[in-house]
Design a protein around this ligand. Structure first.
Ligand SMILES: O=P(O)(O)OC[C@H]1O[C@H](O[C@H]2O[C@H](CO)[C@@H](O)[C@H](O)[C@H]2O)[C@H](O)[C@@H](O)[C@@H]1O
Length: 545
């Protein structure tokens, strides 16, 4: 793909632990990814984003790195990784690696040194503070529960950990630490990477350490030096590499900051993930709650970001799910019957893929994998879900309700093995999978999807082809339609004298498209055989006028 065309790329996210196991140990591995490259080539994606495969104790499945230069032996060796790059490149596929530099594992040798004494040369690589009396330095809350400061008995000081106690936040104010990070990133660029995804990168600049009215986000989200740090990172690493694609995961961010992160002349990042559209089923902002999603709010957020980023000259990533989110068909679609599962999964794909930005497809999304609906806490593996269960119990939420909330919100919903076929363990492993496979693998699997020309897989394949073929999907202006309509998600794209209109029915009923919307033209894609003003349940159609 030509340099200027990186914006036309589609990315496929791989969660290696659950992708494909070639050793029989119940966990996916790098060789398992190599085995499936031809499948991904058939789907048509351009980049593969691998969540972290570096050495790690795996308390947070790799987002707790203990050695940035080594591959976790559970996933394979550096030679395997090199072979993956070579095999991918031979097929025209590019690899984006996940870099976690807001924090490291407490097993990382920097932290092991850092905790030894207050004057250890690595002390200042992390954020250490004295407590106030018997209390932590501030009242900030960890995103995984509890106070964000952890007391360390060796020196009696507290270290900051915005996530798990085994994920200590790095001190980006330290010049030496930043230099070490840039060296490490350059090492992986030289190794052959084509891009990076930077984990919670907008949290790296901490501001003042003061008590908060809430959980402290305002002091470290999009913090005071974050843009300087990202510009410096860009200049010292990937910045001058043509076509090198980067995406920053931006936690609880703002549109203004995301424009600044991605405006090319600022030399920070290529694109950003924001998560506001995935919080429309959080009651009063609380994830561990029950609430039907707010459809109007979902549309408002999409359109605010589509129009805002375009006007500001930035670039979005567009996505429905990832390894931290429930399965989209279970969340915004309908997995109650097979017909509705298929129809709504296709509808969701069409509604998203015509928006502006880089589309991300999360493993299994292309075959309509669903939530797991675990009935017992013993089935859960995710550290956030296990902590959340305890917190919900402490808040007085009943066992039954806590389990129901996890069925809809747990990150484990997206972490079950990819369903390759209808054999035992869905063809993922010959051993015992580290987490259970969804019960529906005998009907929902890749082999079945490839054999059925009407499957969800082929809708995704066609959408990717269309993005490569039609400039309007990448560059066209976005114009929202029917913003207050309670069931229809509709918009136009415009480029020069061309117009494409996309209309998606998010309901299980027939819904009439209002007369003032012209719907004549050439069908680019439709998840039913025909269309007219009476859109069928979960029908979605894109028309070129
Ligand atoms: O929900 P937000 O505040 O907008 O944040 C976005 C996500 O941030 C975190 O995810 C990432 O970092 C974690 C620690 O490294 C890691 O566990 C996760 O897998 C990463 O993707 C947070 O954990 C997610 O729940 C948020 O969606």
């Amino acid at each position: 793909m030509a340099v200027s065309d990186w914006k036309k790329s589609v990315v496929y996210q791989i969660y290696p632990k659950s992708f494909n196991d070639t050793t029989g140990n119940g966990q996916g591995d790098i060789n398992g990814i190599i085995e499936k490259l031809d499948y991904l080539k058939t789907l048509g994606v351009d980049y593969l984003w691998l969540t972290p495969v570096y050495r790690s104790p795996m308390n947070d499945n790799g987002y707790d790195i203990s050695d940035y230069y080594e591959i976790n032996p559970d996933f394979g060796t550096k030679e395997d990784f090199k072979r993956l790059l070579d095999e991918a490149h031979a097929r025209g596929l590019k690899i984006m690696s996940d870099i976690v530099i807001n924090h490291t594992s407490t097993d990382h040798h920097w932290f092991v040194e850092s905790r030894q004494s207050k004057d250890n040369p690595y002390r200042d690589y992390y954020i250490w503070k004295d407590g106030i009396g018997d209390n932590p330095p501030t009242n900030w809350g960890s995103k995984f529960g509890g106070n964000a400061w952890q007391k360390d008995e060796v020196t009696g000081q507290y270290y900051l950990r915005l996530f798990d106690v085994t994920q200590a936040d790095l001190n980006w104010e330290n010049d030496k630490l930043r230099r070490e990070i840039y060296d490490m990133i350059n090492y992986w660029i030289d190794f052959g990477m084509d891009g990076f995804r930077f984990d919670v990168i907008n949290l790296i600049s901490k501001g003042e350490y003061k008590n908060s009215e809430a959980i402290g986000k305002e002091f470290y989200t999009d913090g005071p030096r974050v843009h300087d740090f990202l510009h410096e990172l860009n200049r010292n690493t990937f910045g001058d590499r043509d076509g090198f694609m980067t995406v920053g995961e931006m936690s609880s961010t703002t549109l203004e900051h995301c424009i600044a992160y991605t405006k090319p002349e600022r030399q920070e990042l290529s694109s950003v993930f924001n998560f506001h559209h995935l919080k429309v089923d959080y009651k009063d902002g609380e994830k561990w709650s029950e609430m039907p999603y707010d459809f109007i709010e979902l549309k408002n957020i999409f359109f605010k970001w589509q129009i805002g980023i375009q006007a500001g000259g930035g670039w979005n990533a567009i996505f429905w799910c990832n390894h931290d989110q429930p399965r989209v068909v279970s969340r915004f679609g309908n997995d109650a019957t097979e017909e509705n599962r298929v129809k709504s999964a296709k509808m969701l794909a069409i509604a998203l893929h015509f928006l502006q930005g880089t589309p991300y497809i999360y493993q299994g999304e292309e075959i309509g994998m669903t939530n797991l609906y675990f009935e017992d806490m013993k089935q859960y593996r995710d550290i956030e879900s296990l902590n959340a269960y305890q917190i919900m119990k402490e808040r007085g939420i009943s066992e039954e309700q806590a389990l129901r909330i996890l069925q809809h919100k747990s990150r484990d919903n997206s972490r079950s093995p990819v369903q390759w076929d209808d054999s035992e363990n869905a063809g993922f492993t010959t051993g015992t999978p580290w987490i259970e496979t969804a019960k529906n693998y005998q009907t929902v699997n890749v082999r079945q999807a490839l054999a059925d020309k009407n499957s969800i897989f082929y809708t995704y394949q066609r959408l990717i082809e269309l993005r490569h073929e039609l400039d309007i999907m990448t560059y066209g202006k976005v114009l929202p339609l029917l913003e207050k309509h309670p069931e229809l998600f509709a918009y136009e794209r415009q480029l020069d004298d061309q117009t494409v209109i996309v209309i998606a029915n998010f309901s299980d009923k027939v819904i009439y498209v209002p007369e003032d919307i012209a719907i004549d033209g050439d069908v680019l894609i439709n998840n039913y055989e025909t269309y007219n003003r009476a859109l069928q349940p979960y029908q979605a159609v894109a028309i070129r006028k």
